[in-house]
Design a protein around this ligand. Structure first.
Ligand code: B3K
Ligand code: ZN
Length: 844
């Protein structure tokens, strides 16, 4: 397959004034009739009339009423088009029931639904399927389904048909259609200018009790976008639909968002606190796309971060406002390091705005999304809050209705602030996580911080010139008082010093506060300094970071030198856990330990080949030592933070539960699961039940709970996903592959449902010691299943290949085992374009 390049962009030769679609639904033979009003695009030089189309059976085609025979390929068709406005008409037949790729129009549990982003519309009808071609759509659905939905506002409907009109010009990737036996949970919202908006969450019968939380989250999102960004909703109706079989989290189709049911359905009995927080964020994210994505979309798919980075940034702001800003920031940085830094350090590293791709679905990555959001945050830090919102107003004013680029986006900021952002643009074009080396010096009341930035080479990019970096710094005096409040240093050179004067003594620096730039800070720091910052830093992020670094240094010493658990860490973390003035959620996060994957990368960066089993052993030893060290405190915390009264998934209650369940983890290591069993038996919500279940599995006492859990929840597919994944994640490393293998034989396992597939085989890939077990059984099992899934669902297969992206870190024996599996995938006949691209890049 040929790569597509950003530099080759040219506009389409025609503009579209209107699109009329008629669907006659039938599971195996749906007919789609289209009537599209084209006219020549005065700005285009290439006038080829090419329409994308894949897996379509063309029944008829006509231009201006004259039947024609277009030239067909497996990518689409070409025809001779007049050099004047004309009407294109076509009829095609498609087979939704046979569509297991879940892209285009497909069936999920007897219901019709669509997924068009990025290039799925071409599996529905012939069309210029590119985001810069925008048009108003009118849709008629004919079928026997109870509920038949499309984008925009409802038009006429009656026995066997429903019509829809979306007045806002949109690219085809935002098209959606849903039809089936659905029930709505209704709601209502009045916009600030008085528009009455009808809201619905549509679900399968039986799920209607799990919609209330999502509906509230939607209303909060609508209000928040008005209050913070001045953005109002623009249709009379906003629909959300829950679908069981879905390749990702959710999709922002105009006026008709479609959600993976796991990302919208919630109830205290079946969802954890973490699920609630995530659902709230995803509902907000998709809603916010109405402005950042739909009203202003992307010119081409290279600009994906234009909508995704900004929308992730907006949903993070929303969560920070509704819940706790420090907790959200810490959670986001943990996720950024786990997924994006990992990607940036391996063969799949790519810029936030890539310059080429084979299959665009492979670029919905942590780099585009999460690093893309970090770039927005840095921009805001550099220009300041007021200038940020002024720039956003200008962005909406200037580009509403456009398909825009990163250049447009940066130009808005330059025009609104007078700043030159050419150096900032390197963050979009240069892949890799920059390293920031720090040294300091103190004499005569003057403190100097010297920074040196460098970015390691990434595929196709050897040299990385210095970027502009906002480094937020504060200084603490010897008694722990803050002697310099947070100040943003703007680094533009490769090496640069900043001075602070008038200091009575040498201060302790708190660098990269609130994680002001997505970098790896390299500073030789003593245990004493880390413990000091953990105790005194006023910046919650860096306070957490100091504890994390202390834990990490100790673990690295344990792994590398066989050291014992570090007592400085144990004392410091116990003091934090005991400190009732701190938010319980923060304390629970502070007690978290670096992940196995994070430790492996750190060892590798330091020149040591990571041994996955040794990493696992060190974490176990430290956890055990900590349980002993806190043996008096843990039961006290556990009792103190039990939540009384009705379950609420809010920040306060979830924080308390999170701390209590952290304490339960410690207790379990000493009592062998007795307390966890009591909690399991008494639990009346999923947070408590799952935390106890996880402790029991860890303690090797899970057998009864595994049976009981299944009995209790076998009717609920989302809860059973947890049952599948928890057993894999909690298995001992030499058992992980066997447990996953056995679960794939379970009657409830199906590879047609991405959630279930990920719950089982994704869990294997995310359990490093088990996945990388020296036997190679984990590699082989995952590969077997990826090869089986690829012909059915290339998108999910390709995404899960990233399990192998870290393979070059490991020893020669493991690399050989993995290379064998990668080659086995590549040798599979008819391997999809998606998976071929991913495995080729990983193999290197
Ligand atoms: N825009 C969609 C993701 C589409 C993924 C296509 N492979 C959801 C989101 O980011 O909100
Ligand atoms: Zn998005």
């Amino acid at each position: 397959p040929q790569p597509i390049y950003l530099k080759d962009y040219t506009p389409f030769g025609y503009l579209i004034d209107s699109v009329d679609l008629t669907f006659t639904l039938s599971p195996e033979a749906t007919r789609v009739r289209s009537r599209i009003a084209f006219r020549p695009n005065p700005d285009a030089s290439d006038t080829t009339f090419f329409l994308h189309g894949e897996n379509l059976k063309l029944i008829s085609a006509a231009i201006d009423g004259q039947s024609i025979t277009p030239k067909l390929t497996d990518q689409g068709l070409t025809a001779d088009a007049p050099n004047a406005p004309f009407v294109w008409e076509a009829e095609v037949e498609i087979n939704p029931a046979a569509n297991t790729a879940l892209e285009g129009l497909y069936m999920s549990n007897g219901m019709y639904c669509t997924q068009c982003e990025a290039e799925g519309f071409r599996k529905i009808t012939y069309y210029p399927d590119r985001p810069d071609v925008m048009a108003p759509f009118t849709v008629r659905i004919e079928g026997a389904e109870k509920v038949m939905l499309s984008n925009g506002n409802p038009g006429a409907s009656g026995e066997g048909f429903a019509e829809w009109h979306d007045p806002w010009p949109k690219p085809a990737y935002l098209f959606a259609l849903v039809a089936g036996d659905l029930i709505n949970h209704p709601g209502q919202f009045t916009t600030k200018s008085g528009r009455e908006v009808e809201l619905n969450i549509w679900v399968r019968p039986g799920d209607e009790g799990k919609c209330a939380f999502g509906m509230e989250a939607l209303k909060h999102s609508m209000k928040w976008d008005e209050d913070v960004y001045g953005r109002e909703y623009d249709l009379d109706l906003f629909n959300i639909v829950a679908v069981d079989d879905f390749n990702m989290g959710a999709m922002e189709n105009k006026g008709l968002n479609i959600f993976n049911s796991s990302c919208v359905l919630a109830s205290p009995e079946t969802s954890t606190d973490g699920n609630f927080e995530r659902i709230e964020a995803i509902i907000a994210h998709e809603y916010f796309h109405n402005w950042t994505g739909n009203r202003i979309t992307c010119r081409d798919w290279f600009q994906l971060c234009l909508k995704e980075g900004l929308t992730v940034y907006r949903d993070a702001q929303f969560t920070s406002d509704l819940r706790s800003a420090p907790v959200k920031r810490i959670e986001d940085v943990i996720a950024l390091r786990a997924r994006q830094f990992r990607e940036d350090n391996g063969p799949l590293a790519h810029p936030v705005r890539p310059e080429s791709f084979v299959e665009i679905n492979n670029f919905y990555t942590a780099t585009v999304y999460e690093k893309g959001a970090e770039l927005i945050g840095m921009l805001k830090t550099l220009v300041g809050d007021a200038a940020y919102y002024k720039s956003l107003d200008l962005y909406f004013e200037r580009h509403d209705g456009d398909a825009a680029t990163i250049e447009d986006w940066l130009k808005v900021f330059e025009d609104a602030t007078g700043r030159d952002l050419s150096q900032f643009k390197r963050w979009y074009s240069d892949a890799g996580t920059p390293r920031l080396k720090v040294s300091d010096d103190y004499s005569d009341g003057t403190y100097t911080l010297t920074f040196r930035q460098s970015t390691p080479p990434t595929p196709g990019q050897d040299e990385k010139p210095p970027r502009v970096i906002p480094i937020a710094v504060g200084l603490l005096g010897p008694n722990g008082d803050e002697v310099q409040a947070t100040q943003v240093l703007e680094m533009t050179e490769e090496e640069q010093s900043f001075t602070f004067t008038g200091l009575a003594a040498k201060p302790t620096p708190s660098i990269l506060r609130d994680f002001s730039a997505p970098m790896i800070l390299q500073r030789d720091s003593s245990n004493a300094e880390r413990a000091f910052l953990l105790a005194h830093d006023t910046d919650p992020f860096n306070k957490w970071e100091a504890g994390r670094a202390l834990a990490k240094d100790g673990l690295i010493a344990m792994i590398r030198e066989g050291a014992s658990p570090d007592s400085a860490y144990l004392d410091a973390i116990t003091a934090v856990a005991r400190d009732d003035t701190l938010d319980p959620a923060f304390r629970a996060l502070a007690m978290g330990l670096p992940s196995q994957d994070d430790l492996a990368q750190t060892l590798f960066d330091g020149g040591t080949t990571p041994n996955p089993q040794a990493i696992w052993d060190a974490l176990e030893t430290l956890r055990q030592a900590r349980a002993q060290h806190m043996q008096d405190l843990a039961p006290r915390l556990y009792a103190q933070y039990q939540v009384e009264g009705d379950y609420q998934p809010d920040a306060a209650q979830s924080g308390a539960r999170s701390l209590a369940n952290t304490a339960l983890g410690l207790i379990t290591r000493l009592d062998g699961g007795a307390q966890a069993q009591r909690q399991y038996d008494a639990a009346d919500n999923m947070t408590q039940q799952l935390a106890a279940f996880c402790c029991l599995l860890q303690a090797g006492k899970g057998e009864a709970a595994i049976a009981a859990f299944y009995d209790q929840w076998q009717h609920d597919r989302l809860v059973i996903d947890k049952w599948f994944s928890m057993q894999v994640v909690q298995a001992a490393p030499d058992q992980t592959a066997a447990v996953a293998d056995a679960l794939t034989q379970h009657a409830d396992f199906t590879m047609k449902n991405p959630n279930r597939f990920r719950a089982t085989l994704g869990a294997l890939a995310m359990s490093p010691a088990g996945f990388h077990h020296a036997s190679g059984a984990g590699y082989e099992l995952l590969t077997d299943w990826l090869i089986q899934l690829d012909p059915l669902n290339p998108q999910t297969t390709a995404r899960m290949c990233s399990a192998f992206e870290t393979w070059k870190r490991y020893d020669a024996a493991r690399q050989d085992l993995i290379a064998t599996q990668l080659d086995r995938i590549l040798a599979t006949p008819n391997l999809s374009r998606d998976t071929t691209e991913m495995v080729t890049r990983i193999r290197g």
